[in-house]
Design a protein around this ligand. Structure first.
Ligand SMILES: [Zn+2]
Length: 115
């Protein structure tokens, strides 16, 4: 049985300053986000977990949202226009493969913080 989140809140983002606060930075898991691959997921979902988002397709959890949006999913898109156009949608998210090698409490290293 796959875990399914029905009616999940899905938003979209790109690598720009408006979306992330820092332009072209690696994701919370230290990788550069890739359109068609990267999704930011709630902190209860381990990095590396593969999910299917209704109408969007398969994505890999590689990023996190701001804590106040932790119940949301955020799909990485190649442009800010596309992310804006996406807006906020409600869709079904199905967990296809949980990455048990990376427990949710111990994520891969955070990107270097600006000092
Ligand atoms: Zn953007």
């Amino acid at each position: 049985m796959n875990t399914v989140f029905t009616n999940a809140i899905i938003t979209a983002y790109c690598a720009c300053f408006l979306c992330t606060g820092t332009a072209n930075q690696p994701t919370a898991c230290g990788k550069m986000p890739v359109a068609g691959v990267t999704v930011a997921a709630p902190r209860s979902i381990p990095f590396g977990t593969v999910v299917h988002i209704e109408g969007i397709g398969q994505r890999t959890v590689q990023d996190r949202l701001a804590r106040r949006y932790d119940s949301r999913w955020d799909v990485f898109l190649p442009s800010h226009a596309a992310a804006k156009r996406f807006g906020l949608q409600r869709r079904t998210v199905t967990i296809l493969r949980t990455n048990t090698a990376s427990p949710p409490k111990k994520p891969c290293p955070a990107p270097p913080s600006k000092s």
